[in-house]
Design a protein around this ligand. Structure first.
Ligand SMILES: N[C@@H](CCC[C@H](N)C(=O)O)C(=O)O
Length: 310
């Protein structure tokens, strides 16, 4: 099949995004499309596949996200901003509700974070501490800044928003250790059968620096739901204050985030379109070929590069 898509990113977390309204593919087919398009060794590559869908249940926009390994995630907040932008253009609106699997979010076009940067405000949550729902089986009801012995000596906070995150506050990022722990979780041990996104967060004067090993992906330049979960975890553990805006820095740039005591998190960040293209996808082999780039957005790419480099 031939598919059109937009290559986009939120804070360096990059995705092919398909306007899937009117496309009738099974879950298994979308999983194959994700493996084909997000494959870094293929012609497109990305940290996952974003689908913009028709809205439902009172929300104007629908949204699904698949990881590069073909698994479907409950959400992706960097991707949500890109889908929101596409939805605003498709529907001629500047704000909307977005329906995901098992949750919803509110999105609005926001003042630019920097000149030339399309910016979206997203409000997601409530973040949940109910680890039985993941499930994370450690013989406790919640894990807040506490030891998680199978992963070593670090103290973790477990938060679902609604995708599952394990966050450790550290003095500095040991990437080798992050990868080791991320891979342990990717193995889906009995106590963590649906895996987890793992982040190391460093407190800074203006907020936090977060590095994430994503479920179904590996190390990424940023993870929006990890930044949201880390902001909430920082407030929950007294490292940051509720209702206080934080700058969340990551390898791909930054977002602004604020968590409230009701466990809702608001993020303002970029939704950058890089290029548009068409590609042939073989669903049987989950491979992509014959890429044609139909449009490029060089000014937007440069505008974000200036933010990232600052
Ligand atoms: N990068 C994302 C999260 C994508 C899904 C994640 N890998 C999972 O499986 O939960 C974000 O920006 O939130």
């Amino acid at each position: 099949m031939r598919l059109s898509f937009t290559k986009c990113h939120g804070s360096g977390n990059d995705f092919p995004m398909v306007d899937a309204r009117g496309l009738d593919l099974s879950d298994a087919d979308w999983s194959a499309v994700a493996r084909a398009l997000a494959d870094r060794a293929g012609p497109v590559g990305g940290d996952g596949l974003l689908l913009m869908l028709d809205g439902r249940d009172g929300d104007a926009i629908g949204y699904r996200m698949f990881n590069p390994d073909g698994s479907e995630a409950e959400t992706c907040l960097n991707g949500l901003r890109c889908v929101a932008r596409a939805g605003f253009a498709a529907l001629g609106v500047e704000a909307a509700g977005v329906r995901l699997i098992g949750s919803r979010a509110d999105v609005a076009h926001a003042p630019p974070l920097a000149p030339g940067v399309f910016t979206v405000r997203e409000r997601a949550g409530p973040a949940s501490l109910d680890i039985a729902a993941w499930p994370l089986r450690i013989g406790a009801e919640r894990l807040v800044d506490d030891a998680l012995p199978p992963l070593g000596g670090l103290r973790f906070t477990a938060i679902a928003i609604p995708n599952p995150h394990l966050i450790a506050f550290v003095e500095s990022i040991d990437e080798t250790e992050l990868v080791r722990i991320g891979r342990l979780c990717e193995a889906a041990p009995d106590w963590l059968p649906r895996r987890a996104n793992v982040s190391f967060a460093v407190m800074e004067a203006e907020g936090l620096f977060v590095r994430t090993f994503e479920r179904g992906v590996g190390l990424t330049d940023s993870c929006g739901s990890a930044m949201a979960a880390s902001t909430y975890a920082a407030c929950l553990t007294g490292r940051w204050a509720y209702d206080r805006s934080a700058i969340l820095r990551n390898r791909g740039g930054l977002v602004r985030a604020v968590a409230d005591a009701d466990a809702m998190v608001t993020i303002e960040g970029n939704a950058t379109f890089e290029w548009e293209g068409e590609v042939t996808v073989d669903l049987a082999t989950a491979t992509a070929t014959d890429l044609t780039v139909t449009k490029r957005y060089p000014e937007e790419v440069a505008a974000w590069e200036a933010v990232r480099a600052a």
